[in-house]
Design a protein around this ligand. Structure first.
Ligand SMILES: Cc1cc2nc3c(=O)[nH]c(=O)nc-3n(C[C@H](O)[C@H](O)[C@H](O)COP(=O)(O)OP(=O)(O)OC[C@H]3O[C@@H](n4cnc5c(N)ncnc54)[C@H](O)[C@@H]3O)c2cc1C
Length: 430
């Protein structure tokens, strides 16, 4: 792998950029990393990115930064040096450089606001010197030597970029809502109104979804003048994220993951990741008597004029319809959003590799140890799809250092071996 194109300049891109920089510094092989970003480095953590107003706090500790868990183990003889050099990109190094480290410790190591996390990611980008192309990826095509990406800059200028490997990050678009209804907001519309202090006053609000996106929206809504706020999700309740050592260690160290059966993996994800709010968000919501949970899947959106009606479906119960004044669709990203950018040849290559039409279970099952789709000659890294096959921490911020190891190690080892073989051959011939 000589050149790796990354779509999106979020934490995953920064983790790979920092590790590639460190490998090069240590004289180890690493691909050239080029990131294409439509908005800004850390854009999805800024108010303008459509996923937050930037004022809510990270759910996980910021010490789960781009190098965490600082445990490279693939580069024999260099692992310690890699881990030490990566510490230069840590959250605490960022604070030391900005002069805020002592204050952060004295305040009890709080989780930073999302916009501060974006500043940290921007600092990693500058420090690693990674190339960031400011453009929106429109099309991904299969090329003779890998991939060709068509991206469009803000002024309409088209850029064509080639690479032998591609990594897709991020949750996709937040501007779509479940249905078009004047009382239903997409998550992007919600945060836009919050930012402009124009959220309409409402008596009965509802948030659809049970993950981080919904958690942040609930956390925000309870600060407003509302009579009731309902969170709607298919599970029997909203669980609090388990933060014990046993749960966290499965996220930080995916090594144990592959020994678990698929049912055990699903169980862990159900209990710790899906339909789960962070401890901090739960604490904020629990004491508020306006907050309720409604179980069910939204199967119909109706109502006109004054209210919006949501019909909820549960097994073994008749459908129930509830009326609200305002509904926020916080169901989160679409896992396969990136396929909209793939042209038919590129999609065919993926289909061929996974042995059938592209769907979530088939693609998830095909993600290999290197977080790429197994069986494709041109590497396609999909860490957001790697949760089930490789470890629940890969789609989020739980083990970004391990993520960058997985993406870079194999090609680094292979090109190192190729280089050593070539120099051996050179010596033999000489
Ligand atoms: C409100 C909220 C809070 C969260 N809090 C946590 C948390 O505390 N801990 C945790 O582990 N996880 C959290 N998550 C989950 C979080 O999204 C992921 O963990 C993490 O951000 C994913 O990082 P990433 O690098 O994949 O993408 P992102 O940070 O989402 O970055 C993707 C980037 O891609 C860009 N982009 C999108 N489309 C294109 C395109 N076509 N062309 C070019 N660029 C494009 C975007 O502008 C964006 O900058 C949270 C999610 C949300 C929505």
């Amino acid at each position: 792998m000589d050149r790796l194109l990354v779509v999106g300049a979020g934490p995953k891109a920064m983790a790979v950029a920092a590790k590639a920089h460190v490998l090069r510094q240590l004289g180890l092989p690493a691909p050239e990393v080029v990131i294409i970003e439509s908005h800004a480095v850390g854009g999805n953590w800024l108010p303008s990115g459509g996923w937050t107003d930037g004022q809510h706090r990270l759910g996980t500790s910021p010490e789960k930064d781009v190098g965490f868990p600082y445990h490279s183990s693939w580069a024999r003889g260099h692992n310690r040096a890699i881990n030490e050099a990566m510490m230069g990109f840590s959250w605490t190094s960022f604070l030391v450089e900005r002069g805020g480290y002592a204050e952060w410790v004295d305040r009890g190591r709080p989780s930073p606001h999302h916009h501060v996390w974006a500043k940290y990611l921007q600092w990693v980008a500058r420090k690693s010197g990674v190339e960031v192309v400011h453009a929106t990826v429109r099309t991904v095509s299969a090329a003779a030597q890998g991939w060709e990406v068509l991206a469009v800059e803000a002024d309409g200028t088209e850029r064509r970029l080639q690479s032998d490997a591609l990594m897709i990050t991020g949750p996709g678009n937040s501007a779509r809502a479940l249905a078009e209804h004047p009382k239903m907001l997409s998550i992007a519309e919600f945060w836009d109104l919050i930012g402009r202090r124009e959220l309409p006053s409402t008596s009965r609000a509802a948030v659809i979804g049970g993950g981080e996106t919904a958690g942040s929206a609930m956390d925000e809504l309870v600060r407003h003048d509302v009579l009731t706020v309902s969170v709607i999700s298919p599970a029997a309740t909203i669980y609090t994220r388990g933060e014990s050592y046993f749960e966290n260690s499965l996220y930080s160290d995916p090594g144990k993951w592959r020994a678990l059966s698929i049912d055990e993996r699903r169980d862990v994800v159900r209990r710790t990741d899906r339909g789960v709010f962070s401890v901090r968000v739960q604490e904020n919501l629990l004491g508020d008597s306006r907050v309720h949970h409604l179980q069910g899947r939204v199967v119909r959106v109706g109502g006109d004029g004054d209210g919006i009606e949501l019909t909820l479906r549960n097994d073994r119960r008749p459908d129930a319809t509830h009326t609200f004044d305002l509904v926020v669709d916080a169901t989160g990203g679409q896992p396969l959003w990136f396929l909209e950018m793939f042209d038919s040849d590129a999609s065919d290559l993926v289909e061929l590799a996974i042995g059938g039409p592209i769907d979530k279970p088939r693609l998830e099952a095909a993600i290999g140890h290197d977080l790429a789709v197994t069986g494709m000659e041109a590497k396609l890294f999909l860490p957001n799809m790697a949760g089930m096959a490789q470890g629940p921490g890969f789609p989020n911020l739980s083990c970004l250092g391990e993520l960058s190891d997985r993406v870079l190690a194999e090609s680094s080892v292979r090109s190192g071996m190729a280089r050593r073989a070539a120099s051996g051959l050179h010596r033999a011939l000489g």
